[in-house]
Design a protein around this ligand. Structure first.
Ligand code: V47
Length: 381
């Protein structure tokens, strides 16, 4: 098979370590040569992270599924008076934290609905209830959409909300709620919630306050190539300014039980291509995550050669994707994760949320040094 000739100038740029332009992104999107795009992404992946593939031991807590917003893609949300509606209070959250702590989890990932009646104090308390059980566990909580909502209902600034959450024990922010930034799409699929500008501003503020965060892109629905490249360019621009993003996670749309259930889920080829293009365009993001819950274990494994260097963690209690028809298991064991990574020809390495190595001895864990990837080794001499 011959390599797509349109990709030759892009290979030259990638080999020279030059930044790709918006037009280059569109050329990648237009190409059907997924293998060459994957090979280029793999080159960048190995330059940044060698053959390491990161995972963590984590669990998810979704404090409530009640949400004032009605985003078309979401199968998780419920109305206030729905029989499916729930809110987790102190005992349930503490129980989840005890379970996670008992399993040796280093991270709890919190994301949920925007409840009509709960106040910011409740969302702070959720973090406190976890920290009371295990002060060592890292709480990665609340998307920029949630923080923007808390600021509005509390009538304080984003900065004030983030400070109060940090005070409660917040350690970092997940990347959800980004969806697609371009207004042509955002207005159609989730027009009511935080705007693109607000999402970016919340992350800018979090980075200024010393928090790291992640970023996502929900693809494979009504968006086109231009919207995806535009999305990646906006993230790259903010990362140039703050350097606070750690990981980018492309999220493949799961249509079941949503208002967009007539749209087919993106294909395996699209998933691999989007992963690889993300790696190539986001030259200033240290990590790209193949979130196995959403991709499936097999595609997540192959993604480790298409730009991804991280596959998230053990997860355990996931609702957002499973409500939308994900057929992946609720949880995988560390042994499964390590085997999956090793079979992909990579070296598994357990990390904490901030990419420090985790060392385990006698059933306890401790955080080691920041992991030395080839990119870090160059930076640190
Ligand atoms: O913001 C919701 C997406 C996100 C569907 O930061 C859907 O480490 C596909 O952001 N089909 C929440 N996607 C999950 C998220 C995340 C996941 C894993 C790791 C991290 C991280 C962040 O899930 C939402 C939305 O973009 N989503 N419904 C659906 N039907």
């Amino acid at each position: 098979m011959t390599v797509d000739a349109d990709l030759r100038p892009i290979r030259e740029k990638v080999e020279a370590g030059e930044r790709l332009s918006f037009e280059d992104g569109m050329t990648l999107e237009a190409s059907r040569d997924v293998l060459e795009i994957g090979a280029l992404a793999n080159l960048v992946r190995e330059r940044k992270n060698g053959d390491l593939a990161f995972y963590n031991v984590n669990t998810h807590v979704n404090p409530t599924n009640v949400c004032v917003y009605t985003c078309d893609f979401c199968a998780f949300r419920a109305d206030l008076d729905s029989p499916r509606a729930y809110v987790l209070y102190r005992d349930q959250v503490a129980e989840r934290a005890r379970e996670a702590s008992g399993r040796g989890a280093t991270e709890i990932h919190i994301v949920g609905g925007l409840h009509h009646k709960l106040k910011l104090d409740y969302y702070c308390d959720v973090i406190r209830w976890i920290k009371e059980v295990d002060p060592e566990i890292h709480v990665k909580a609340y998307t920029a959409v949630e923080i923007e909502f808390f600021a509005r209902i509390t009538r304080v600034s984003h900065e004030e909300v983030i400070k109060r959450l940090i005070d409660a024990g917040l350690g970092s922010m997940p990347g959800g709620g980004a969806e697609i930034f371009h207004p042509e799409v955002r207005e159609k699929i989730c027009g009511a919630k935080a705007s693109t500008e607000a999402w970016l501003e919340v992350h800018r503020t979090a980075h200024k306050l010393g928090l790291n965060s992640n970023a996502t892109m929900l693809y494979g629905h009504i968006e086109g190539p231009m919207h995806r490249i535009d999305h990646l360019m906006r993230l790259r621009e903010l990362q140039d300014e703050t350097g606070g993003f750690q990981t980018f996670i492309p999220l493949a749309f799961h249509p079941d039980n949503s208002e967009m259930s007539e749209i087919p889920a993106p294909s395996g080829m699209m998933n691999l291509k989007t992963m690889a293009i993300s790696r190539l365009m986001l030259d200033n993001f240290p990590h790209i995550k193949a979130y196995w819950v959403m991709l499936g274990l097999k595609t997540a494994q192959v993604s480790l050669s298409f730009g991804a260097d991280d596959i998230d963690g053990t997860v355990v209690h996931e609702k957002i994707y499973h409500d939308a028809g994900a057929e992946t298991p609720q949880e995988i064991t560390v042994a499964d994760i390590r085997r999956l990574i090793e079979e992909a020809g990579r070296t598994p390495i357990e990390r904490d949320t901030l990419y420090r190595e985790i060392r385990r001895e006698n059933g306890r864990w401790r955080t080691g040094a920041k992991i030395k990837t080839p990119a870090l080794a160059v930076l640190n001499g």
